[in-house]
Design a binder for this molecule. Structure first.
Ligand code: GLP
Length: 238
């Protein structure tokens, strides 16, 4: 595990964007796994700036997002589809057909999980998965206790995750109780992982991760078993 120390959130975002841009320049057909939340927002802003200024192209890039809320259609303002469109995709030259997120309003949600997994496989797997981390160690929406063997699946969100994500909603009651998420096994199949960690609220989770104690009660700890992980963390989190 390689750890890169950033001064602050802005610095972390610049380093993460640089990291991704270098990979995209080397392989314009990269398959990127993407995350939502506050952590990657600054990175996405910089990818957009770079696309405008330097013309880095996303025409042949394919993306798979980690997760989506159950019950939210793509045009719901609080869906992760909308988040990704507003924070990244609408500003890039990426092709709509190459963008993938789980469908939170699929009639058969279990079937949707299976299909999502198959789509990733068909594409040839994820080259680089970008991750944030919840303060309880969740990655994607894999809450503490999730089996490390899990593929894309349906999850019930913990109260603490719903509270943490309530800031994106008008009221906590509006935060869904369920989501579809790539599983830990799905994430671990990515060839490379970039984890971003920022702020004091993540400090104890990062410490826990770096302790090297791998256990299902702390999902992010599984990253200790991945051969190619880079963590960019800011000073408040370290
Ligand atoms: C959310 C997302 C995760 C994200 C995490 C941290 O619940 N499902 O993919 O990494 O929580 O969010 P934030 O970056 O806002 O702290």
């Amino acid at each position: 595990m390689r750890i890169i120390e950033a001064i602050d959130y802005e610095h972390m975002s610049s380093l993460a964007a640089r990291f991704l841009i270098d990979k995209i320049s080397t392989n314009p057909e990269l398959v990127l796994g993407l995350a939502t939340g506050g952590t990657p927002r600054g990175t996405y802003k910089r990818l957009i700036e770079d696309h405008r200024m330097n013309g880095t192209s996303y025409k042949e890039i394919t993306t798979y997002n980690l997760d989506e809320y159950v019950g939210f259609s793509p045009d719901n303002p609080n869906s992760y589809h909308t988040f990704m469109s507003e924070n990244l995709f609408s500003e890039l030259d990426i092709q709509k057909n190459n963008i993938h997120l789980p469908n939170g309003v699929a009639l058969d949600l279990v079937e949707e999980c299976k299909a999502y997994e198959e789509r990733i496989e068909k594409t040839g797997g994820i080259d680089i998965q970008l991750l944030g981390m919840g303060s309880n160690g969740h990655i994607g929406f894999n809450e503490p206790g999730t089996s490390f063997e899990a593929n894309t699946h349906l999850v019930e969100l913990t109260q603490s995750t719903r509270e943490a994500n309530a800031r994106f909603f008008n009221h906590i009651d509006d935060v869904p109780h369920e989501a579809i998420t790539m599983g830990i096994a799905t994430i671990m199949r990515s060839r490379e992982i970039l984890l971003l960690v920022s702020g004091e609220t993540k400090r104890s989770a990062l410490k826990e991760l770096l302790s090297g104690d791998v256990r299902e009660s702390f999902p992010a700890s599984v990253l200790n078993r991945h051969p190619h992980v880079t963590i960019i963390a800011d000073q408040k989190a370290l």
